[in-house]
Design a protein around this ligand. Structure first.
Ligand code: FO1
Length: 311
């Protein structure tokens, strides 16, 4: 069964870790968010792609959910002593990856090609594709002004309310090689339990990808990132409240209007099923909290099995 997953970073990576235990990883293609990418200390960082690589390779820091386990921070400390920026924490081992990527991009290799090499070098069996090779960056309009994604998320701890989201470069961006073919060949398309606005939003902002989903042949199953109307981690609940008017399952489904056939929601949100189903989207109630690998596997299994209730 060919499975395509649209994914952000930390939550998406945890979901994928379960998925590769229930389906053949060789049949899985992941389309990753690049709206969070940034240049820091001259290095090109792709946080969401890297969270996926590190998590699936067993190299990731479990507690943080980003970066590598057993990390040291000498290069960053030295940069700081020399007046360099340290607000975005790059560990020594992590920097190794960014050096390889930045050099390759510098000599003209597309992000998709270097991502393929990095994923293979880390032993990944899945295909990992950035949504686009073009420059696409997420910006947030806040009461404090327009902020680039990582300034809002990391430097300011996503404390600013978000009034609007903009994806710089999206209007010209085309899908990375392999993305549209994977979507066309998929037996099922999954949307990971990632933030619909800033993790999945940038992927859907690439019009070729949105159109491919709108005209899908395969069923699309999304997993809500909320449990009891609250985000497990990050600002998804606050964003939904402000931008969609609420944090119930139907507000999550509304972010994917016309693009999904089923939405997996947590038991704690089961009361919201009827409103979701009234929009023509099947609601499947399950445990969505990925507390450990077993929970991730069960969630992925339920997502894949949800296809059966759709046919
Ligand atoms: N998140 C933080 O909250 N603080 C950091 O200093 C930070 C550094 C960082 C370095 C590399 C990387 O791959 C991810 C990093 N993240 C950090 C996580 C990342 O910014 C976010 O989790 C994602 O962009 C949101 O999906």
């Amino acid at each position: 069964m060919k499975v395509v997953v649209l994914s952000g970073g930390v939550g998406g990576a945890r979901f994928l870790r379960g998925l590769v235990e229930v389906v053949d990883p060789g049949e899985v293609t992941v389309i990753g968010n690049v709206g969070d990418d940034l240049e820091v200390l001259g290095l090109h960082v792709s946080p969401d792609l890297d969270s996926i690589v590190y998590t699936l390779a067993g190299l990731g820091d479990e507690r943080r959910g980003w970066g590598r386990a057993g990390e040291t921070w000498n290069a960053l400390a030295a940069a700081g002593e020399l007046g360099g920026e340290t607000w975005f924490q790059l560990g020594d081992r992590d920097i190794g990856l960014h050096l390889v990527r930045t050099q390759a991009l510098g000599w003209g290799e597309p992000l998709s090609a270097v991502t393929k090499r990095l994923a293979a070098a880390c032993g990944l069996e899945i295909v990992l594709l950035p949504a686009t090779d073009d420059r696409l960056r997420t910006w947030l309009a806040t009461p404090a002004g327009d902020l680039p994604f990582q300034t809002w998320f990391v430097a300011r701890g996503h404390r600013d309310d978000v009034d609007a989201i903009r994806f710089e470069g999206a209007e010209r961006a085309t899908a990375a090689p392999g993305v549209l073919d994977a979507l066309a060949a998929a037996d099922v398309i999954l949307i990971a339990p990632s933030n619909p606005y800033v993790s999945i939003g940038p992927i859907l902002a690439v019009s070729e990808i949105r159109q491919a989903l709108a005209r899908r042949r395969a069923p699309v199953v999304a997993v809500s990132p909320l449990v009891g109307g609250r985000a497990v981690k990050g600002p998804a609940d606050r964003m939904l409240e402000r931008l969609a008017g609420g944090t119930s399952p139907v507000h999550v489904a509304g972010c994917y209007a016309g693009l999904v056939d089923a939405l997996l929601i947590d038991h704690a949100d089961a009361w919201g099923c009827a409103a979701v189903e009234a929009t023509g989207v099947r609601a499947v109630v399950t445990s969505t909290l990925m507390t450990d690998c077993r929970a991730s596997r069960r969630l992925a299994e339920t997502a894949v099995e949800a296809v059966a209730v759709l046919s």
